[in-house]
Write a protein that binds this ligand. Structure first.
Ligand SMILES: [Zn+2]
Ligand SMILES: [Zn+2]
Length: 664
């Protein structure tokens, strides 16, 4: 038996994770953790919400709330969603937990005492109006590479290049828009180059790094490592513990990565075993595996090991960094702002977690980028999950229910053919195990699907539904063999589709959970005479239409042209306008929309337009909406305006067009 620390990259929780994050780290880690547990290994699976840093601080400042209010909410939501996705964390924690904060501060003080931390004065943008330094995305400006005007101080969203605040043209404070001044600020740095030789040795000797991680790391060493900044002038974060560093926090990247350790410590503290963590981090026989996307490689193969080395505590270095390539979505990068992708909360509104888990593992980008398309998703669910696996299980159980009184039949002697089949199943199962052992989850899943294919082929060739009429003993044997395959599938699929695998297990008549059973029981006999449960289909097919409803709400806001035609937009002329008493925002307008038709409109434009100046103006009106009572007045139409931040501008026509003209 071995000991494993399974870790998935900590999701940054300014928003929900999307499917790319799931397959890149969390879901892959879960499959491996579940597999190893079933093999009887000692496993600890940890992760947590990464909640400090500028993106969240900026959002909170803009909303006028404390950052922790934002992260409290998101952390609770994400934690619940991971449960619904069947992610079997032993500890899913957060960087605001006290154990983590204390650990980080003590850890860096130790590095400071050991001479791995030095200070340097740096010139940074400072907002005289907000009276604060502007780290990372607190400053915005024009990208020097691509000219994008909203580039952030740390990165350009348009061209993806990493930036320094000083590289931005026309920089401005993200919060108030003021032009920053440049000020000196003292900062603390981690002396990474000091560890270059040790790191090179570690990477060259580590046979478990995937090729992309090894190559990228060696290239970085080749180019020469640079000191990494450890502190920020942020308020939201873990206070920097160094003497003279009051008011500064630890840079979020350098802090969250230590969460793997603190989450282990916290797990054992909660269990009342304060020294329990040591075997996972100090005993060199522990194998630690980190599931990350490839953009995270340097932090896990260079910076994290370097921090562990510098501490002098003899921490176990990462045994494997499992860095998948990217999953794109219909050929594009997942993007929150552009609404490209599916997020983990939306996904579950349409289909249970197992559908997504199965499809994502089957398209896991193990050796090259892979592309999520709805076509592939539909065919994976329909022809593999439903037709190949679901139907085989259902057919078998139905026959047992109908012809053998819902009891696992006692087989006659197995034929040559039966033996060959069970041998084939055994081979595929062992191949799948070997592939899981080498973290090839997608290939392992393919082998497991092959098992179901063998089962279907066997049923088709033996036709037990005919056999029962002619040779009931032979039919019993055939169904017994088929049930053995159902059992093998239930165990083999347990790490991948934990909910459905458990359902299969219960349908076989077991009353405990498949997850409490051992991996190699998949190849064992069945309890003859055991009563099976009433079979019901495990999966359902999905149609284009189901997908349209997902797409409509997530992937894009595209509407059909016919839908636009449903909106009746007309040119209107304002006949009268007055303020609605008690509101500085609402105006009551009467609008002529042609054909002697007048509409009363309540519009929230009172802060931008004086009522007197509106009379006689042409506006664009949405005329076919259901009336709605606003501030006691029935509003029968809407007028269109463009909004930019606080600014508002009414739409109009730029030629003399009569009221009543249709807008197309
Ligand atoms: Zn400012
Ligand atoms: Zn750019």
């Amino acid at each position: 038996m071995g000991r494993w620390l399974i870790a998935s990259a900590w999701p940054y929780i300014n928003y929900m994770p999307h499917l790319g994050t799931m397959i890149g780290s969390i879901l892959s880690a879960d499959v491996v953790a579940r597999y190893l547990r079933m093999k009887g290994e000692e496993v600890l699976f940890v992760s947590g919400s990464d909640e400090h840093g500028t993106p969240i601080e900026v959002e909170a400042v803009k909303k006028g709330i404390a950052p922790k209010r934002l992260t409290d909410e998101n952390h609770a939501k994400v934690k619940e969603l991971f449960k619904e996705w069947g992610i079997s964390f032993d500890n899913y924690t957060r960087t605001e937990n006290e154990v983590h904060k204390k650990f980080v501060q003590e850890f860096y003080m130790e590095l400071y005492r050991r001479g791995f931390v030095f200070t340097k004065d740096v010139t940074l943008p400072y907002c005289p109006k907000c009276r604060r330094f502007l780290p990372d995305r607190f400053v915005t400006g024009t990208c020097p590479y691509c000219g994008y005007p909203e580039a952030r101080g740390d990165q350009c969203d348009k061209c993806g290049r990493l930036l320094e605040p000083s590289m931005l043209k026309d920089p401005k404070c993200t919060i108030c828009g003021t032009k920053p001044i440049w000020r000196q600020s003292k900062h603390w740095f981690f002396d990474l180059p000091k560890l270059s030789d040790d790191l090179r040795r570690y990477i060259e000797r580590n046979k478990n790094l995937p090729e992309n991680a090894r190559n990228m790391s060696l290239r970085m060493l080749e180019e020469g490592l640079k000191p990494r900044s450890l502190t920020r002038d942020n308020k939201w974060g873990i206070p920097a513990p160094f003497p003279g560093a009051e008011g500064k926090t630890i840079y979020v990247w350098m802090e969250a990565v230590l969460g793997y350790l603190s989450a282990t410590i916290e797990y054992f503290l909660n269990k009342g075993d304060p020294k329990g963590w040591e075997k996972f981090w100090l005993d060199p026989s522990t194998r630690s595996v980190f599931f990350i996307a490839k953009d995270n490689i340097p932090f896990h193969t260079i910076i994290f090991p370097a921090l562990l080395m510098a501490s002098g505590r003899g921490y176990v270095l990462p045994w494997r960094v499992d860095s998948v390539e990217y999953l794109t979505f219909e050929g594009q990068k997942f993007s929150k702002s552009r609404r490209i992708g599916v997020w983990i909360d939306e996904a579950l509104k349409f289909l249970p977690a197992d559908y997504w888990r199965f499809a994502l593992i089957s398209m896991r980008p193990e050796t090259k980028d892979s592309n999520f398309t709805w076509d592939v998703f539909i065919s994976t669910v329909n022809s593999i999950l439903n037709d190949t696996i679901g139907n085989f299980v259902h057919r078998t159980l139905k026959l047992v229910e109908r012809h053998f009184d819902s009891k696992i039949p006692s087989p006659g002697s197995l034929s040559q053919e039966d033996m060959a089949l069970l041998d084939g199943v055994r081979c595929l199962f062992l191949e799948a195990s070997g592939l899981l052992d080498s973290f090839k989850l997608k290939d392992a899943l393919n082998k497991i699907v092959e098992i179901a294919r063998l089962g279907n082929k066997y049923l088709n060739e033996t036709a037990p539904w005919d056999l029962v009429k002619k040779d009931k003993t032979r039919a019993a044997t055939v169904l017994y063999v088929a049930l053995r395959i159902v059992k093998a599938l239930s165990i083999a699929l347990a790490p991948i589709i934990p909910f459905s695998a458990d359902k299969m297990w219960h349908m076989l008549g077991y009353d405990d959970s498949v997850h409490d059973h051992r991996w190699f029981e998949a190849l064992e006999d069945l309890p003859i005479g055991q009563r099976i449960q009433k079979p019901s289909p495990l999966f359902k097919k999905i149609s284009r239409k189901d997908i349209e409803s997902i797409k409509g709400s997530t992937e894009s806001r595209l509407v059909d042209m016919r839908d636009f035609g449903k909106l009746e937009l007309k040119v209107g002329k304002v006949i009268s306008a007055e303020r609605i008493s008690g509101s500085d925002r609402l105006l009551k307008l009467t609008v002529d929309i042609g054909d002697n038709t007048y509409k009363t409109v309540v519009a929230g434009i009172g802060r931008d337009y004086d009522p007197e100046r509106l009379v006689g103006r042409k506006v664009i009106v949405l005329t076919n909406i259901r009336p709605k009572v606003i501030a006691g007045v029935s509003s029968e139409a809407m007028i269109l305006a463009a909004c930019h931040g606080e600014q508002l501008s009414l739409l109009t026509v730029d030629r003399d067009i009569p009221e009543g003209a249709r807008v197309r």
